[in-house]
Design a protein around this ligand. Structure first.
Ligand code: NAP
Ligand code: GDD
Length: 365
């Protein structure tokens, strides 16, 4: 089934679940820049949860700058099959990017069922909605699934598309179910459904309880004298860290291929958590060892020790080559978080009450 050719009458339409997250925000930016009409699913929250995409909002009464697309948000949740069916029918998307997930590995040990529901069952519900819609409408819908290097778990590094999966967390088990459900609809029903097996990717928009951002936020606040130290768990785990802005380009490239397939997306370089911390602290003129303390509650019941991706297939088939090095990534995050700490301190000095950043506030994540 051919992917419809974009026309001025009907710009390409994309639906993104998880648009308010780190990757969702970079992907929405990329697609809007390419002229897509971008639709995103947002969960209702008691507080604003769209800070990562607020800059993409465009007043519908105002004309758009040439070539740019528009972003429309819809309330929904991937655990609600009914709303997924309704939205897929109403939006009639050309491409669907499934990024929604309870994405924190440590938290998945505390909330395994909730994690399976959003990560695994949510994906199955979305796939069913797309399958029905495609069957009724006859137009092809291309699907991207956010698979994860966490699925490799205990499999030795380096990992590529042929490496066996050995998941070590409820999150990874849920992702593996979603991964195979996606492969299955491709093989069984011919859906254009691809999985990106993405290794860790970070940015200044990374959630603050993931280790790189936890470190760079601490670096910023320590540099500005607002905090003395940061409590971390296992410093010996090794990860292949890239820049999220580069990785969303790979997601889009996968859906532009004639044939759907699965791809490892990674830099091919690895640092330990300790090495990343040393790098980040040194960029602010600080010594990591003076400021890192151990707290056992940040350890996981089962750890993934060693992730290093081999993205040769993505390089040769998609022509994807990430330009950002881990040093540039750390620089970007540290500069951002020093600026953020400066703003916090200005507010504090002006007498504003800041919410105390206690180590317990992240609930052991
Ligand atoms: P993230 O920042 O945690 O964003 C997750 C997104 O999912 C948020 O928009 C969140 O909404 C939404 N969400 C969670 N549960 C939902 C539900 N039940 N219904 C609808 N939306 C829900 O994650 P990310 O780093 O952008 O990652 C994007 C995807 O790639 C995730 O599936 C993640 O598991 C996967 N992945 C990430 C990496 C990585 O290193 N970043 C690597 C491999 C795979 P709220 O804003 O309301 O919480
Ligand atoms: N979060 C966190 N907090 N991790 C810590 C800490 C801490 O205080 N101290 C040490 N770590 C270690 C973890 O034990 C893990 O080995 C490593 O730092 C990375 O942890 P995270 O940044 O939480 O990421 P992750 O690798 O568990 O999961 C991320 O990457 C996956 C892809 O491999 C998430 O983005 C997942 O959604 C993603 O699928």
């Amino acid at each position: 089934m051919p992917n419809p050719v974009p026309s001025p009458a009907r710009p390409r339409r994309a639906l993104i679940t998880g648009i308010t997250g780190q990757d969702g925000s970079y992907l929405a930016e990329l697609l809007i820049g390419k002229g897509y009409d971008v639709h995103g699913i947002v969960r209702r929250a008691s507080n604003f949860n769209t800070h990562r995409i607020d800059h993409l909002y465009h007043d519908p009464h105002e004309p758009l700058a040439g070539g740019r697309g528009r972003m429309t948000l819809h309330h929904g949740d991937v655990t609600d099959a009914n709303i997924l069916e309704r939205l897929v029918r109403a939006i009639d998307p050309d491409e669907v990017y499934n990024l929604a997930a309870q994405s924190h590995v440590r938290v998945s040990f505390e909330m395994p069922i909730h994690t399976y529901e959003s990560v695994a069952i949510g994906t199955c519900k979305l796939l069913e909605a797309i399958r029905d819609h495609q069957q009724v409408g006859g137009r092809q819908v291309r699907f991207y699934q956010a698979s994860s290097s966490e699925m490799y778990g205990a499999s030795p590094a380096p990992q590529n598309e042929a490496t066996p999966f050995r998941p070590r967390s409820p999150y990874a088990i849920g992702k593996l179910a979603a991964h195979w459900a996606t492969v299955n609809v491709r093989e069984a029903y011919g859906l254009h459904a691809s999985c990106g097996i993405l290794f860790n990717h970070e940015s200044p928009r990374r959630g603050e309880t993931f280790v790189t951002r936890k470190i760079t936020r601490a670096v910023g606040r320590i540099r500005l004298g607002m905090q003395d130290c940061v409590y971390l768990g296992n410093l010996d785990a090794r990860r292949d860290w890239g820049f999220a802005g580069d990785y969303v380009e790979a997601m889009w490239l996968m859906l532009q291929q004639e044939r759907a397939d699965d791809y490892v997306i990674a830099t091919g370089r690895q640092l330990s958590v300790r090495e990343f911390a040393e790098l980040a602290f040194s960029l602010a003129g600080l010594n990591a060892a003076d400021h890192i303390r151990h707290d056992a509650r940040y350890l996981r019941p089962a750890e993934v020790h060693d992730l290093l991706g081999d993205a040769s297939k993505a390089r040769s088939v998609l022509g994807w080559n990430p330009p950002t090095t881990v040093e540039q990534l750390a620089r970007m995050m540290v500069d951002h978080d020093i600026e953020m700490a400066q703003r916090e301190r200005t507010l504090r000095d002006a007498g504003h009450k800041l919410i105390e950043r206690r180590s317990g506030a992240s609930g052991g994540a």
